[in-house]
Design a protein around this ligand. Structure first.
Ligand SMILES: NC(=O)c1ccc[n+]([C@@H]2O[C@H](COP(=O)([O-])OP(=O)(O)OC[C@H]3O[C@@H](n4cnc5c(N)ncnc54)[C@H](OP(=O)(O)O)[C@@H]3O)[C@@H](O)[C@H]2O)c1
Length: 304
């Protein structure tokens, strides 16, 4: 386990994901309103320059209530070490901040290779941290980007500099490959779970044509809906928050919404989180191991 977990100490169990704030089809005023509601709740935020105008919406809300500026995770990367500083600045300058709590390392190209081999990137990570641009790092994993993290973890390169891992972990997805997931469990690494509600209510994902972004999600919803029903939990949001936090390594789950009432469901669910029953978790884990081998690791990168 990393000996430098300071950035995690005050992480909130629910993190507000900001993709919807960048969606221009939602009235600007509604986006500002939900941003303020999440700021008032005191939860961490997850954001990126890649989320349309989300940073500009956040900048406006932050300027209106500077005392409530949240702690932030931003996506940084991408293909070589020389890009890192610029990408951080691209995020913090519009927000008027000098640094953020966590950088989410999205590793591609030479940077991924360097990371897997214990290269110079670790020195650069430390330098950016020493300058206060980020206070820590989590490494993003997808089924097709799990290998560099697996190699780096096994070799011990991440010790002392990487605080944990971040990937889709929700009832319908566990996007660390089976090998990486097993390594994360064995090495007791911290995890931030993304996409809390898997994109929306499970019955809509199962039954409403076109609601699921991809066919595989609709098929998974068919398998998961009976498990949700068996749990007798009324709210899908509550089921999902409890699902993520049923894994002791999970420190937080990141979910998005453009509606204050849906935000309130996330906020209610995070108040006292009880893990799901072991029988439900076992059933879900078996599905995740199966989906990972049969679908996820065989998929073309970025198609799911
Ligand atoms: N690679 C990455 O770094 C990466 C990739 C994907 C996501 N993320 C992060 O994770 C966050 C969440 O991801 P996501 O938006 O893909 O997945 P999500 O949080 O599972 O799904 C959000 C969707 O669910 C709907 N929703 C939320 N609560 C609801 C409720 N109670 N009833 C009905 N609908 C509800 C929201 O619609 P409404 O707006 O209508 O409420 C929204 O369309 C993102 O904002 C982002 O910060 C990161």
């Amino acid at each position: 386990m990393s000996n430098n977990r300071s950035a995690f100490n005050e992480i909130t169990p629910y993190i507000y994901g900001t993709t919807r704030l960048g969606d221009n089809s939602i009235p600007h005023g509604d986006r500002i309103k939900v941003a303020h509601a999440a700021m008032n709740a005191g939860v961490w935020f997850h954001t990126s320059r890649a989320y349309g105008g989300a940073l500009e919406v956040l900048a406006e809300a932050f300027a209106e209530e500077p005392a409530k500026i949240p702690r932030l995770i931003i996506k940084i990367g991408w293909d070589n070490i020389n890009q890192l500083r610029g990408v951080i600045e691209e995020n913090i300058l519009p927000l008027g901040l000098s640094g953020v709590q966590l950088g989410q390392l999205c590793l591609g190209g030479e940077l991924a290779q360097d990371f897997a081999e214990g290269g110079h990137c670790y020195r650069v990570f430390q330098d950016l941290k020493d300058e206060g641009l980020v206070q820590g790092y989590v490494v993003e994993a997808f089924p097709w980007t799990s290998e560099p993290s697996l190699k780096a973890l096994r070799a011990g390169y991440t010790e002392g500099i990487i605080d944990g891992f971040i990937f889709y972990l929700n009832p319908l997805q566990r996007f660390a490959s089976n090998l990486l997931w097993n390594e994360i469990l064995e090495r007791n690494q911290a995890v931030i779970a993304m996409r809390t509600v898997s994109g929306g209510p499970v019955h809509s994902l199962r039954d409403v044509p076109g609601f699921a972004w991809k066919d595989y999600l609709q098929k998974r919803a068919v398998e998961v809906a009976p498990i949700f029903e068996k749990s007798a939990i009324k709210s899908w949001t509550e089921f999902c928050v409890r699902f993520a936090h049923s894994f002791p390594l999970v420190k937080a789950t990141v979910g998005a919404t453009s509606h204050v009432e849906n935000l309130n469901e996330f906020l209610a669910a995070k108040e006292s989180i009880e893990p799901l029953s072991q029988s439900i978790i076992k059933e879900m884990e078996a599905l995740h191991y199966k989906w990972s081998d049969e679908v996820d690791v065989l998929a073309e990168p970025w198609t799911m």
